[in-house]
Design a protein around this ligand. Structure first.
Ligand code: TGC
Ligand code: FAD
Length: 390
């Protein structure tokens, strides 16, 4: 048998179909051409300066809602969508987030719970990147426990009137439409809020030290009046937003594998060329131990992502499979990023190398879409049958 390839040690990618490999390569080429040369500047600037133009480029690439069927979406396999997330997050978690929030949260919510009119109005434009969506579930006082949300939607004749504050909302300041989750007399419901509606304001959150190449916002809703048709008719109860989260969390399972791979590859390259004590630092036993730990973490993460993707493609993926993947792969990527940072020495703390940027991004990735602790509790409940959330 051939010796393992240091860049795909367990030949995980060799088991991809031709179509999956082609999608991977298309996204990887786009990322190398359009994203990688700019990402350090965007991170440094704490924003994506031409975010709307980037949305259109993502639209042309076909990654927005690419696993959804119809309405201008590509309808690819879950594995192909995951591979796209992996290649994007190998550049930066903020860029994968852009695609996750648009496709897996905002578009998926409309696709799954929207009326025919809502789907035809929004999905084709969102798939093309001509309209941007955001997803408002978290609030200042309701993060891990979204059931305690305070945003209220009350009936006024046939209209709905929304009041509340949503916090940490990706792309809120550049969105055309916000999917807003609010409590009503009948329980949690979802609403499509055009961001030019009177009473709606989005304020950009500044001074983040993580996910800087991403726009994060507070949404304020003060007496936002919406017609009855603005409600997502199929969404009843907290389970509706939670099932959208499964889609985005699935992308993170793959994305984290990409961030880890990028850090491992940077460390392997650096260790092979950096000379101390008269030889490349890759030749020292301690560095080799670090590289061995990293290659194991990266390949485990890829195997986990592919297996969960295959389960999803056969309709056999439970949300606790996704919790397993998010929990395992984000932790693996965090270990790899930190170790890669150490191999880079002082150079590792600069934006000339990707490792600290990935490392601090992964602090966000470990927090959003269910914290490490929430997914640990989901796994704990899955294996014991006992819920320990409250
Ligand atoms: P609980 O009583 O357990 O559940 C309420 C209903 O929901 C169902 N359910 C799920 N359904 C689908 N998928 C899941 N993952 C589900 N988890 C629960 C459940 O069966 C129940 O249905 P029913 O019919 O019995 O009523 O709810 P709980 O209040 O005890 O909370 C459970 C918990 C803690 C797991 C959940 O609230 C949770 O996941 N918390 C974390 C919140 C979170 O992840 N927020 C993310 C916001 S969006 C974001 O971060 C975007 S980041 C940008 C990017 O993605 O890049
Ligand atoms: P908290 O829930 O207050 O948790 C604080 C700590 O307590 C954590 O360590 C947590 O694990 C722990 N904890 C909480 N409950 C328990 C428990 N039962 N047992 C043990 N430990 C517990 N949200 C959106 O709706 N849309 C978005 O687009 C979005 N984008 C985001 C972008 C960024 C950059 C960030 C940082 C966040 C984003 N979020 C978004 C919000 C994200 O989903 C929340 O931050 C996350 O759900 C955690 O909520 P919290 O920050 O309020 O922390």
């Amino acid at each position: 048998a051939a010796a393992p390839d240091a860049h795909d040690f367990l030949a995980v990618d060799a088991s991809l179909s031709e179509e999956e490999a082609a999608i991977r390569d298309t996204v990887r080429d786009f990322a190398a051409r359009e994203l990688l040369p700019n990402v350090a500047d965007w991170f440094d600037a704490g924003t994506i300066p031409e975010a709307r133009a980037l949305a259109e480029s993502f639209g042309e690439l076909g990654v927005f809602g690419m696993h959804l069927e119809g309405y201008g979406c590509a309808g690819t396999s879950a594995v192909a969508y995951g591979l796209a997330c992996r290649e994007l997050e190998a550049v930066d978690s903020g860029l994968r987030s852009f695609v996750s929030v648009q496709g897996s949260l905002a578009m998926a919510a409309i696709h799954k719970y929207g009326s025919e009119e809502q789907k035809t109005e929004w999905l084709p434009r969102m798939a093309a990147g001509r309209a941007v969506g955001c997803f408002g579930l978290t609030e200042p006082d309701a993060g891990s426990d979204p059931g305690s949300m305070r945003t209220r939607a009350r009936r006024d004749g046939s209209d709905w009137v929304l009041d509340g504050v949503k916090m940490w909302i990706t792309n809120g300041s550049i969105a055309d439409v916000a999917v807003v989750w609010a409590d009503t007399e009948e329980g949690v419901r979802g609403f499509l809020v055009p961001t030019d509606a009177p009473g709606f304001t989005a304020n950009t959150i500044h001074r983040k030290l993580s996910l800087r190449a991403s726009i994060t916002s507070e949404l304020v809703l003060e007496g936002v009046r919406l017609p009855a048709e603005a409600r997502l008719p199929g969404a009843t109860g907290l389970g509706a937003p939670l099932s959208c989260l499964n889609e985005a969390r699935y992308g993170i399972v793959w994305g984290a594998a990409g961030a880890g791979r990028a850090c491992y590859e940077a460390a392997l390259d650096y260790a092979s060329t950096r000379v101390q004590f008269g030889r490349p630092i890759a030749g020292f036993q301690l560095t080799q131990r670090k590289l061995a730990d990293m290659v194991v973490d990266v390949n485990h993460a890829n195997l986990t992502a592919l297996q969960i993707g295959r389960l999803k493609d056969r309709g056999a993926c439970h949300h606790n499979h996704v919790s397993f993947g998010k929990f395992a792969n984000v932790a693996a990527a965090q270990r790899v990023a930190r170790t890669a940072r150490s191999i880079h020495g002082a150079n590792g703390i600069t934006l000339e190398y990707p490792v600290l940027r990935h490392m601090v991004n992964l602090e966000t990735v470990a927090t959003y879409e269910g914290t490490e602790e929430i997914h640990a509790l989901s796994l704990g409940q899955a294996v014991t049958g006992v819920a320990a959330f409250r």
